[in-house]
Design a protein around this ligand. Structure first.
Ligand code: 1CP
Length: 363
């Protein structure tokens, strides 16, 4: 029997999804088949999303609960996935903390007045979710009412958020972010602490509004080596997972290019570690040990390959995940805009079928 670690508090307050495969896999309980969802399962590869984006800006969608809900539900119906992720963006809480941030088509989040000094960091106000981002919490409530699968709430992690705030936009080298870290440790600590407190409050509020799980996206933390991760990031991420642990919902910790950081990320305290395609999944499970579940890790570009290649690679991920419970199938990063929606549906069906058969045939 699988033991439920969900808190009665959460169960009593919010409607529960009828399909709980994803939650059971996150808790390393047995499942009759492997659950699937896709990072960026709502987005530009969908015609319906593109049509909506012609009429509304992305932050406008994020700030309008009816629209955010509509986009959140779209892939669940189209693809048959086992979890929904709230449609929003990691910069939504940042904007609510007093920072002028916009999202530019084809580029990403831009901050015109980046934070580069101690006094700049002071511009970042504490986040009070009910006051500052009520529309996000309303979108969570509305989505949960419509869904029969768990809703994943999410937040950017302090390092990844800091990278946009310090660089002023997307970066490949994270030069200014690392410079601040090394040149002004007090300002760095102050920035990471403020972001950590905001992430904790924001994620907690989403769970209280009805999210059944939380994913913390540290997308760009793979830019750091293990020593800098341990000293400059881990101390600010651990309190987030500690603070959320009592809520009784599964916590997922994801990053890109983090093969050498996996054990440290595990030590931050999440229930599930998300891995990208740069490490084979069996190797990732070996490094992480039996105490956490894994999520991943098909290369999103393989969704553009001919079906026979794609099928082989999906089966390979399932075989490498092995017979031990605790695998959530996903990509190693977000769906690319060039992806055909029909392909995602076909992959979902393949994972369901092949993993169910793998269970039956296991010795
Ligand atoms: O206008 C658009 O439609 C542009 C594309 C887009 C979308 C669909 C952006 C701009 N944000 C989003 C929504 C979004 N962002 C979601 C919900 C969709 C879903 O998962 O189904 C999520 C989870 C995010 C989170 C996000 N935003 C992350 C972490 C996840 C990841 O992909 O690594 C990051 C790093 C961002 C920043 C961001 N926002 C948008 C872009 C293009 C970027 C990346 C820019 C960069 O390269 O730095």
């Amino acid at each position: 029997m699988s033991r439920s670690i969900r808190s009665p508090y959460h169960e009593a307050l919010v409607p529960q999804p009828s399909n709980d495969l994803f939650l059971r896999a996150c808790r390393r309980g047995p499942t009759e088949r492997t659950p699937v969802w896709f990072m960026r399962q709502a987005g530009r590869y969908q015609r319906e999303y593109q049509a909506l984006r012609k009429r509304f800006g992305i932050l406008e969608i994020c700030r309008t609960p009816e629209l955010a809900t509509q986009v959140t539900l779209l892939p669940v119906r189209q693809l048959g996935v086992d979890a929904a992720i709230l449609f929003s963006d990691i910069v939504v809480p940042i904007a609510a903390m007093g920072i002028d941030v916009r999202i530019e088509e084809g580029r990403g989040p831009l901050v015109d007045e980046p934070l580069r000094t101690s006094s700049d960091v002071g511009r970042l106000r504490p986040l009070e979710p009910e006051r500052d981002v009520p529309f996000v919490l309303e979108a969570v409530r509305m989505s949960v009412r419509e869904l029969n699968v768990p809703l994943i709430g999410f937040a950017g992690a302090p390092f990844t958020l800091a990278s946009y705030l310090v660089e002023g936009g997307p970066s490949r080298t994270f030069t200014r972010t690392k410079a601040l870290m090394f040149e002004d440790p007090a300002a760095w600590r102050n920035l990471m602490q403020r972001l950590g407190a905001a992430v904790l409050a924001y994620a907690r509020a989403q769970v209280e509004a009805g999210a059944s799980a939380v994913q913390v996206f540290d997308s760009w933390v793979g830019a750091l080596g293990p020593e800098d991760y341990r000293e400059q990031v881990l101390p600010f991420v651990r309190p987030i997972f500690e603070g959320l642990a009592g809520l009784g919902v599964p916590l997922i910790h994801f990053g890109v290019g983090t093969s050498e950081l996996l054990e440290l990320m595990r030590d931050a305290g999440a229930d599930v570690v998300g891995v990208d395609w740069r490490i084979p999944l069996d190797r990732a499970r070996e490094r992480l040990g039996p105490g956490v579940a894994v999520q991943g890790n098909l290369d999103p570009a393989v969704l553009l390959a001919p079906w026979d290649v794609l099928e082989r690679r999906v089966r390979d991920v399932l075989l490498r995940a092995g017979d031990r419970p605790g695998h959530v199938f996903n990509l190693g990063h977000g769906v690319l805009p060039e992806t055909a929606p029909g392909t995602l549906r076909r992959v979902t069906e393949l994972v369901h079928e092949a993993s169910a058969r793998q269970r039956v045939e296991a010795p």
